[in-house]
Each structure stands twice: as C-alpha cells, then as structure tokens.
Ligand binder design. Structure first.
Ligand code: PCA
Length: 218
C-alpha cells in the first residue's frame, strides 16, 4: 500500500507551516505502507497541478492532505470538502477567489473517504487530542481536499475506484504563538507527527472502523 501525504508551504504572515514540518518528519514506512511526502504550494490552481502530477507518478492507495488551522487545538479530521473557493487573504500567488466554484460541474460537496472516526480514535489512543471537523474552510485546504476527491470520483490518472482521500488540519506550533495572544492553542511538532503516524495506521490497518458518535450540536 502507498500513502501520499501532502503538507502546505507557509502562507499569510507565517514563516513556517506546521503541516509540512510534521509531514516531513514521518517515517518512510508506516504499518508496512510506503509513505510519499509532498510539499504543496498554498496556491489555488498550483497545488492541484502538483497533486495531479504526484497521483500519476505514485498511484497512491490513499491521499491524506495536511494543513495548518491556526486557532484549532487538536488534530482535526475533516469530514467534508465543499465546492467553493472563498478566500479571506490572497494565496501565495496573490489570488483571492470570492464565492467561486472549484469545479463548476462538480457536486456541492464530497465526504472524506478516509475512516475519519477510526483515525480520531487511534490518534487519541496515541495520547493526542483529536476530533472530527465538519468544515475544512473555504481556502486552499478545502480546495485541495475537494480536488483530491474529485480526481478519484472522475477517475483521473493515478487513481482508482478504491483510492481513499481526505484531509486533516493541525494547530499552530508553539513558536508561531509567541507573538499571538497567550491563549492561542499550539501543539509540538513531534506530537503532530505522532498523531499523523497514528492516522496513517488507522487508514492502512483493517479492522479499526468505528461508528462512535462524534457529531456536534449547535
Ligand atoms: N492551511 C490553509 C491553507 C494552507 C494551510 O496550511 C487552509 O486551511 O486552507
């Protein structure tokens, strides 16, 4: 089994992106699966082109995107990607889409095909807080998750009907919080890497499926 794990470049005012910092620390093999690590630009368009190239080159069995969600306090496993690009700040190439469909002919949303609840359970067992998130936002992370699921749904080269795809967000690193309010949640990079490793284990090892309630009430 081969797992493609992407991590984003720094964006906005940040000099570092915890997603790539954690992804690059992963071992090359997890539970017998080979891990392909891919740095992707925080740019609408460009990140998709690099994803498609990697799909063709590696034909992964699972695609796991990882991105920074500053302000979140745990490993958040995304449930859904929606067909909209609506930025708040320009991406790293200066693009700021507003209310644009990602794929004009695509469905309104795709659900993650990763075992999201098994991932949450496994990460918690590793001693790291985790939760299911019901919004990946409307910026580049949601965009990449949508494109990965759309690639599988439309049979892009390098994918098959059983290719799994989804996304997880990670908090800021402690070093990113020194100039932010004292209550800003952070997670050390080693903890993030351990959580991502546990997440991959949940994806590649059969039998971990769970339907534990993880919903939210507004
Ligand atoms: N986080 C942003 C884009 C890149 C990243 O790491 C997001 O959540 O959309």
């Amino acid at each position: 089994m081969r797992v493609l794990i992407t991590g984003f470049e720094p964006f906005g005012d940040e000099a570092i992106n915890p997603a790539w910092e954690a992804v690059k620390r992963l071992p090359d093999t997890i539970s017998g699966a080979s891990i392909v690590k891919l740095l992707v630009p925080t740019a609408f368009g460009a990140c998709g082109a690099i994803l498609y190239e990697a799909l063709e080159r590696h034909a992964p069995d699972a695609i796991v995107g990882v991105g920074q969600a500053g302000g979140r306090c745990d490993l958040s496993v995304e449930r859904v990607a929606i067909n909209v690009a609506d930025g708040r700040i320009p991406d790293n190439e200066g693009r700021l889409p507003v209310d644009e469909p990602i794929q004009p002919d695509g469905p309104a949303a795709y659900f993650s095909t990763l075992p999201i609840k098994a991932i949450v359970a496994r990460v918690r067992r590793r001693g790291v807080p985790a939760s299911v998130s019901n919004s990946a936002g409307t910026y580049v992370c949601n965009y990449l998750m949508y494109l990965a699921l759309h690639a599988v749904a439309t049979g892009r080269p390098g994918t098959g009907p059983g290719t799994l795809a989804g996304f997880v967000h990670v908090p800021y690193l402690p070093a990113q919080a020194v100039d932010k309010p004292a209550t800003t949640p952070t997670m050390p990079v080693e903890t993030m890497a351990a959580a991502l490793e546990a997440a991959v284990e949940a994806i590649v090892e059969p039998g971990g499926a769970t339907t534990a309630p993880e919903g939210t009430i507004c």
